[in-house]
Write a protein that binds this ligand. Structure first.
Ligand code: NAI
Length: 515
């Protein structure tokens, strides 16, 4: 097979939202591109629309007139699949249907040279299954772009069972030459991004299902962890029908593994036509111009009075409380080696969640006044006023609940009251994202670095799952998941064997002299 040249002639099939974007990116990188669509006039129409949007970019000064017309001049709308003859690369972006895609690729094999690389932009269909029946399955590979193609940097390069590794490597080089960041993935349901992202939605839907908090509150907590959009507003933007369909497809592709089970909460929105922004209503109402809620200015309060204060464990919250207590001249003790992290004031406790509800902790400890706070995972714990969830056992006295919020406010957080749900919001969501990524690595879907790059570039996460893991601790993540697993008694929270291995890892001993 001839090597893929740095600027192969590219044939794009399907002139919809993705195909048009792929054609533009290839043309901007200097490739001659032919754009084909089965629907008459669709390729011409897409070409015209691309011209209009490039004109807009020229007007905004983001691109020169010459660059725009050079890119446009390299894209030729064509009316027949036969025009693919002589192409070095075909990228297919037609309807998401196995049979339709297979038919196109079989037909193509009779048109292109054996050296032409065949790529599919499928977001969910197995690359192994698409290659089945091809004469040269080794040159068949997934090239999964993200929407909008010109803006999103990530490309998942997906290998099926028969994909030639050299073809995947060359396609990754080409993606780099097109200004993208390629990550290699093995063909498994959801590939990297659509698989690892499932818990971001699923954990919120589970919290909503048990009525632990309102959508706006959960969104605020996850924005506080550094996500650009909360899961509810994001699902509203994606469309609940689309989001539900992806969840269902990953669920059924995994033979009904309950870890990926869709949610009745979302099912009801879909059934009711409350699809999100596109239908005017989802979790939020978009029919009226949105009233921008004014975030109340954060007031850092003094720590509440207590005659005996002990800061337990180590970490962000402890450092913050230690600083404010010292600044206020309040005496306190420390217990860095404590089994839990938080503050103990006159026997009452405010603890970092370990995955157990507050009522369970209270029973186990034999004390009534227990409140829990969520994982502050944002870099540096977030700016003053960052939302952080907290909860309390049902028996916890109102005075300690009030003081728990004062403790959190004194450390700079804006406390958000949640029901007594296991693992609160951020801790359980991040733990599950890490867990999913760990399983993907265990199963050879991708490397840890690819998982991190994919989540940051494909869905704009503030950090990759393995970066979070490095800031947290594998043993604590496993403990939290095990508590959730015990609490919910389902398959969803089973810890990945990869995470357990990391939790069991004994820190390397210093090398012995002479060895
Ligand atoms: P679209 O509906 O905007 O465009 C599909 C185009 O393909 C249409 O113009 C249609 O006329 C044409 N078409 C259908 N069957 C054809 C055939 N047999 N031969 C030639 N043309 C044919 O769809 P979109 O959103 O661009 O998606 C295309 C592919 O990209 C799908 O596989 C989808 O799963 C995948 N994808 C979509 C993303 C998105 O956000 N929309 C993101 C990443 C991947």
């Amino acid at each position: 097979m001839s090597p893929l040249s740095p600027t192969p002639d590219v044939f794009v099939i399907g002139a919809g939202i993705m195909g048009a974007g792929i054609a533009l990116v290839a043309a901007q990188a200097g490739c001659a591109v032919k754009l084909f669509d089965m629907r008459e006039g669709a390729a011409d129409e897409a070409h015209r629309k691309l011209g209009t949007s490039l004109k807009g970019l020229v007007a905004k000064g983001r691109m020169s007139e010459a660059q725009a017309s050079a890119a446009m001049g390299r894209i030729e709308p064509v009316a027949h699949l036969g025009a693919a003859v002589g192409s070095g690369l075909v990228v297919e972006a037609i309807v998401e249907n196995l049979q339709a895609k297979r038919t196109v690729f079989r037909e193509l094999e009779g048109i292109v040279e054996p050296g032409c690389v065949l790529a599919s932009n499928t977001s969910s269909i197995s690359i192994t299954a698409l290659a089945n029946g091809l004469q040269h399955p080794g040159r068949f590979v997934g090239m999964h772009f993200f929407n909008p193609v010109p803006l999103m940097k990530l490309v998942e390069v997906i290998s099926g069972l028969q994909t030639d590794p050299a073809v995947a490597a060359r396609l990754a080089d080409l993606a780099t030459a097109w200004g993208k960041v390629p990550v290699h993935a093995r063909s498994t349901p959801g590939f990297i991004v659509n698989r690892i992202a499932r818990p971001y939605y699923a954990e919120t839907l589970a919290l909503l299902h048990e009525r632990a908090g309102e959508p706006a509150l959960i969104d605020a907590c996850l924005r506080g962890a550094g996500f650009r959009m909360g899961p509810c507003e994001l699902m509203d933007l994606i469309g609940h029908d689309t989001n539900f369909a992806v969840t269902e497809s990953v669920f059924s592709a995994n033979f009904g593994d309950r870890r990926y089970a869709p949610s009745l909460v979302q099912r009801e929105l879909v059934d009711g036509g409350l699809l999100g922004r596109k239908s005017g209503r989802g979790f939020f109402d978009y029919r009226e111009p949105p009233a921008k809620p004014e975030a109340p200015a954060h007031q850092t309060t003094a720590p509440p009075n207590a005659s005996r204060i002990v800061l337990r464990g180590e970490g962000m919250a402890i450092d913050r409380w230690s600083a404010v207590l010292k600044a206020a001249g309040v005496p306190f003790g420390t217990a860095p080696a404590s089994a839990w992290i938080g503050v103990e004031a006159d026997g009452a406790q405010l603890r970092l969640t370990d995955g157990r509800p507050a009522a369970q902790v209270a029973l186990a400890e034999g004390i009534v006044d227990v409140a829990l706070f969520d994982l502050p995972i944002a870099v540096g714990g977030g700016e003053p006023g960052t939302a952080l969830a907290w909860s309390a056992s049902r028996a916890c006295c109102p005075a300690w609940q009030e003081r728990a919020t004062q403790w959190l406010a004194s450390a700079g957080w804006a406390p958000q009251r949640l029901g007594d749900a296991a693992g609160l919001v951020v801790a359980r969501t991040i733990a599950m994202l890490i867990n999913e990524a760990a399983d993907a690595v265990l199963q050879g879907v991708c490397t840890p670095d690819a998982a991190d790059a994919a989540m940051k570039l494909g869905v704009n996460y503030p950090a990759g799952p393995f970066e979070w893991l490095a800031r947290w601790d594998a043993a604590q993540v496993v403990r939290l998941l095990d508590h959730l697993d015990t609490h919910y008694r389902g398959e969803r929270y089973r810890a990945s064997p990869e995470l357990r291995q990391r939790a069991w890892a004994i820190p390397a001993a210093p090398a012995m002299p002479g060895h």
